[in-house]
Design a protein around this ligand. Structure first.
Ligand code: TXA
Ligand code: MG
Length: 342
């Protein structure tokens, strides 16, 4: 399959979306930018489109998709009930990087929800994503547009690298602002529960909802046989080819540890303005605050593969800062929860 790669800018008129909308109406799939990461979009009401998404990504069939809408009011088509908490969250954070899980409406196919009776809904803020949803005239199911297991794509080129020949069309809307997937919260439980941390932070959620639980799987590996609240938590994720090892401790101890280790093609991933004293090549993944780290984390993980890294030792973000929860969650999964204290 030939993969078209089309640049669209936020100022372009709606006529630019004709080809992508036509494909979506024909139950084909399209790579689209959002403010978080690139998504692989298809008509959420079409089993055929949804199956194409799963196939192109090589995604396990039991991992449900997020459905994207362009206006809050469209949520009424997707869920059986809109509780007050959902309205409050939408008021505070939509359009934006927050996904809410709610009991699904009958018309949402089980292929989208992987058989669950709940559906994940998000209203993205990226103008290109919203224009595309409007042009297609239907809500768009869209997981991150990476091959299953790889780091999420934050540039159109990442989508192309992973999915060329597997999908017909990619919209290049430039680099994603956030760089990290949306926060996922379920409102289908008695107490709202955070399932995946993101750039809408836990303290922001609490400021709107009061009590919010945090699912164990956010920072801990699953115990054998444990039932998951969100199927995505089961899988190794965000992994480059290189083995990722998190190293927790002072910079000096990090340098000593890394310099003592004899591994072929070893790299280090450090914070901005670090690197002094390291005998292995290193890349930086931003300043040690969550906005910076989240913006370039996935790009840096993909960079390691381009460099041919076998193993990479990564500086551990400041975990006393709650805002780092999202970056820590992704890094722990990329590392398969391997953390070394120095
Ligand atoms: O920022 C984002 O959320 C991006 C962009 C494209 O919008 N999308 C994204 O989708 O990250 P994906 O498929 O990579 O992650 C969706 C997560 C998965 O962990 C999945 O298991 C969970 O949401 N999820 C979806 N529906 C669910 C449901 N009904 N109940 C529990 N978890 C659900
Ligand atoms: Mg994903």
């Amino acid at each position: 399959m030939n993969t078209e790669f089309v640049k669209i800018s936020v100022n372009d008129g709606i006529e630019k979306y004709t080809d992508a909308a036509e494909l979506l109406k024909n139950n084909q799939v399209v790579g689209m930018p959002t403010e978080t990461v690139y998504g692989l979009a298809g008509n959420a009401y079409s089993d055929e489109a949804v199956n194409r998404i799963f196939e192109a990504k090589g995604r396990p069939q039991d991992n449900p998709l997020i459905v994207h809408i362009s206006e809050f009011s469209e949520i009424y088509d997707l869920v059986s009930e809109v509780p007050e908490n959902a309205k409050r969250l939408a008021e505070a954070f939509w359009p934006g990087p927050l996904t809410m899980i709610l009991p699904k409406a009958e018309r949402v196919p089980l292929s989208v929800t992987a058989g669950l009776d709940t559906v994940a809904v998000r209203c993205p803020s990226h103008p290109i994503a919203r224009n595309l949803i409007k042009s297609a005239g239907v809500p768009l199911a869209a997981p991150s547009a990476n091959l299953s297991g790889k780091p999420s794509p934050t540039k159109a080129q990442h989508v192309y690298d992973d999915l060329k020949g597997r999908i017909p069309y990619i919209i290049d809307g430039g680099e994603c602002d956030e760089g990290l997937e949306s926060t996922v919260i379920t409102l289908a439980t008695n107490t709202p529960k955070l399932l995946r941390p993101g750039n809408v932070t836990l303290s922001q959620l609490k400021s709107v909802l009061g009590e919010v639980q945090v699912d164990d799987a956010v920072l801990n590996p699953l115990k054998k046989g444990e039932k998951v609240s969100s199927p995505g938590m089961k899988y190794k994720h965000y992994s480059p080819v290189a083995e990722i090892v998190l190293v927790r401790g002072s910079y000096n101890n990090f340098v000593k540890y890394v310099n003592d280790i004899q591994c072929e093609s070893a790299y280090a991933m450090v914070f901005d303005n670090e690197g002094e004293g390291l005998k292995v090549p290193y890349i930086s993944y931003g300043a040690n605050d969550y906005k910076n780290l989240s913006h370039s984390l996935f790009d840096s993980l993909r960079e390691l593969d381009k460099l041919g890294a076998n193993i990479c030792f990564v500086r551990y973000p400041d975990e006393s800062n709650d805002d780092n929860l999202a970056v820590l969650n992704r890094l722990l999964r990329a590392a398969g929860f391997k953390v070394i204290d120095v």
